[in-house]
Design a binder for this molecule. Sequence first.
Ligand SMILES: NC(=O)c1ccc[n+]([C@@H]2O[C@H](COP(=O)([O-])OP(=O)(O)OC[C@H]3O[C@@H](n4cnc5c(N)ncnc54)[C@H](OP(=O)(O)O)[C@@H]3O)[C@@H](O)[C@H]2O)c1
Length: 280
Amino acid sequence: MNIKNKSSNRNKFKGKVVLITGASSGIGRQTAIDFARNGAKTIILVARSKSKLEDLEKYLKINFPSKIVVYLCDISKKVEVVKMGRELLEKLGFIDILVNNAGFGLLGRVQDQSIEDIESITFTNYMGMIYCTKLFLDSMISRRSGHIVNVASVAASFGVAGLAAYCASKYAMLGFSESLHHELHGTGVGITVVSPIGVKTDFFSNASFKDRVPNYTGFMLKPEKVSESILAAANSHRLEIIVPFYVRMGVWLKHTMPYIINPMVGAIFRRQLNKPKETP
Ligand SMILES: NC(=O)c1ccc[n+]([C@@H]2O[C@H](COP(=O)([O-])OP(=O)(O)OC[C@H]3O[C@@H](n4cnc5c(N)ncnc54)[C@H](OP(=O)(O)O)[C@@H]3O)[C@@H](O)[C@H]2O)c1
């Protein structure tokens, strides 16, 4: 766990109340550490894994003065999210920054995936983000202050073989955020999407990726790099920050010359999906 990075000790978020979903692991965990390092007053850590959240809480309390609140919630379940919102708003009054980061993907052909798996990805990555956004949007607008950061992916711009439900959830997240970005114009409330390429986290540890972890792992980012962009996004007027920035050129090329880029991207991911599973 890296507690030193470029954004250290700037107190950029002094006095701010921040809620991070998916804080128990990977990008969300690092983001909590970086908000604490940057002076956030209160950080609410949301996920389902009690022990992982409590370990992080302990670590943050030892190292930083921020107040830490742990909240166990499955964000794919509307009733749980509504309960969380009611309790947190009663306790804290408002939050300044909402980081919708919780999410997961399953590798597999649409034909082979169960409808329940597809629903689970959609309800976590897309509806979960909407449930959480709806909880805090009213209070942000009435205070004329607040920022929502949605963690999508470059999969919000490229539909790839083996990740249809995941890509769809991230495209949907980007579309929803773009509309909301326009609606929020002039309200004092912002929304920014952070779209990274592959990141070295537990994302790829679920069984569907077994022996098929992408062979581009050498290019993957560290969670610290994405966290840095999430903190930048929380103070940004931009709709989308792609990480690293030069991948935006790839997205531009895809939209400009889809007939060239789509077959190339398609072939790379199809090869990966068709790779025979290694036998132990
Ligand atoms: N790793 C990548 O290559 C990559 C690239 C682009 C975008 N992203 C996006 O980055 C975000 C974070 O992923 P990561 O890479 O940090 O993966 P990770 O290490 O697996 O972390 C995922 C987090 O999401 C939480 N989560 C999953 N389902 C949840 C649910 N139903 N309710 C509440 N929390 C839930 C997990 O916590 P619990 O299991 O404790 O609930 C965990 O804290 C995801 O949205 C992912 O799509 C990842």
